[in-house]
Every structure is written in C-alpha cells, then in structure tokens.
Design a protein around this ligand. Structure first.
Ligand SMILES: NC(=O)c1ccc[n+]([C@@H]2O[C@H](COP(=O)([O-])OP(=O)(O)OC[C@H]3O[C@@H](n4cnc5c(N)ncnc54)[C@H](OP(=O)(O)O)[C@@H]3O)[C@@H](O)[C@H]2O)c1
Length: 212
C-alpha cells in the first residue's frame, strides 16, 4: 500500500514508518521542515509541508491509499491536536483519500458505559491536558461520515521495548491485563497500527491495544 504518514519522525511515528516499510509498504512522510532522514527511514519519501495549508498537504499525499498520523503536540501547544485532526480530514477529502488512521489518547476510552478514562477523579493531572486535547480531536472525527477513520489510542503506558506480541485490540473500551496494567511497547503498537491500516477492521471507531 501507499501510506501517507504525518509525523514519521516522532517516537511513535518513526516506529510506525519502520513497521510499514518492513511490511513492504511505500511511505510518504509528511514533515514540517526539510531535514535528513533519521536512521532506518532512508526509504521514506519525505515531503515538507504545513498541514494547515490544505492544498499543499493534499498535493503531497495525492495517490496514497491511506492517510495516517502520529501527530504529537509539544508541551507549549497541546491544544493543537484538534486543529491537526481538522487539517487531516480536510486534506484527506481534498486528495480523495477515504481511509484515515490516527493516533489518539487513552483518555478517550471508556471505563464504563458513557464514562471516559479522562473523566475519572484520579486521572493523573500531568496527562490531563493531553487527554483532553485528544478528546477534542476524537470529537472532530465523530462528526465525519464521509471518511473511513480509525482513532487508535495507545494503552495507558507506551514506551520503548521489544515486540512481544500477546496483545489484544478492542474498540471503545480501556484495556488492561489481568493485573490491571495497560501497557504496550512502541514496536507492538506500530505493528497493530499497520495491521489496522492493512485490514480496516475498525472503521469510524476508537480502538486501543494492550498486552494481556
Ligand atoms: N497513552 C496515551 O494515550 C499516549 C501516550 C503517548 C503518546 N500519546 C500520543 O501519541 C502521539 C505521538 O506521541 P510521540 O511520543 O510519538 O510524540 P513525539 O515524539 O513528540 O512526536 C511528535 C511528532 O509530531 C510532529 N509534529 C508536531 N507538530 C507538528 C506540525 N505542526 N506539523 C507536522 N508535524 C508535527 C513532530 O515533528 P517534529 O519532528 O518536526 O517535531 C513529531 O514527528 C501524541 O499525540 C501523544 O499525545 C498518547
């Protein structure tokens, strides 16, 4: 497949790009400025573009089968996630790409019917602004009927590690193992993310992945 990926330079985005290349896909990497390709990403077709410029963004991704995103805000502009979601929707429409898969936040997953994780009283304060920003982005996608989007939230904890497998992918609900740990490594998240790109099992839904 030809996969256009926003943020192929991020901690998670670079793992997704590597996994996609490993699976034999072509990757168009949407970056905000020209720079040398990071190690392992030499065969990504990097295109520097301002994602707020819909015409330029659409032009850069034209011909891709899927528009994916691992966009991550910085600590001083956390609230840009929803704007990035709007930009992704606009560019997908303008480029005629129906399939969109984006990273979300675990805070938007339900811990009980109608209750999202970010709304539980002991949700960690340090992550709250990020979780609320991702919920705004999720709310953007929930209004989109004409694209086959998937909002792919990581487990609560995601970080460096090996491919372990032994994970489950589910829709809507927060997922943990029998001990209550909600965890996934970057490479396993990337594997599940690329599998969803390939298989399109969860259209117009929020999903997550965690070790069991
Ligand atoms: N449990 C959870 O719910 C959880 C846990 C961790 C992360 N996340 C989410 O996962 C996402 C990725 O996290 P990460 O750790 O991989 O983040 P990261 O390492 O900080 O990477 C952020 C990426 O976004 C890109 N970016 C930022 N602003 C951009 C812009 N205006 N235009 C184009 N690209 C832009 C960065 O590009 P540059 O290289 O140019 O800076 C970088 O590639 C984030 O949204 C984060 O909130 C969720």
């Amino acid at each position: 497949m030809k996969i256009a990926l926003v943020a192929p330079t991020g901690k998670i985005g670079s793992e997704i790009a590597k996994e996609a290349l490993r699976q034999g896909h072509e990757v168009i990497g949407i970056v905000r400025s020209d720079r040398a390709a990071p190690e392992g990403l030499e065969s990504v077709n990097f295109k520097a573009v301002d994602i707020a410029d819909t015409a330029a963004f659409a032009d850069a991704i034209k011909g891709a089968d899927v528009l994916a995103s691992a966009y991550g805000p910085q600590h001083d502009n956390i609230d840009t996630v929803a704007a990035a979601a709007e930009a992704i929707v606009a560019a997908a429409r303008a480029a005629g790409i129906k399939r969109v898969v984006v990273i979300g936040g675990a805070g938007s997953l339900e811990v009980a019917p109608g209750l999202q994780l970010v709304d539980v009283p002991d949700f960690p304060e340090a992550y709250k602004a990020y979780a609320l920003a991702h919920r705004k982005a999720f709310n953007v996608f929930k209004t989109v009927d004409d694209l086959d989007w998937t909002f792919f939230s990581p487990a609560a904890e995601i970080g460096p590690g090996d491919k372990v497998g032994n994970y489950k992918v589910v829709a809507k609900t927060f997922l943990a193992n029998a001990d209550g740990h909600s965890k996934i490594s970057y490479p396993d998240y990337a594997e599940a993310f690329v599998a969803e790109i390939e298989q399109g099992k969860f259209l117009k839904d929020i999903i997550t992945v965690a070790y069991q």
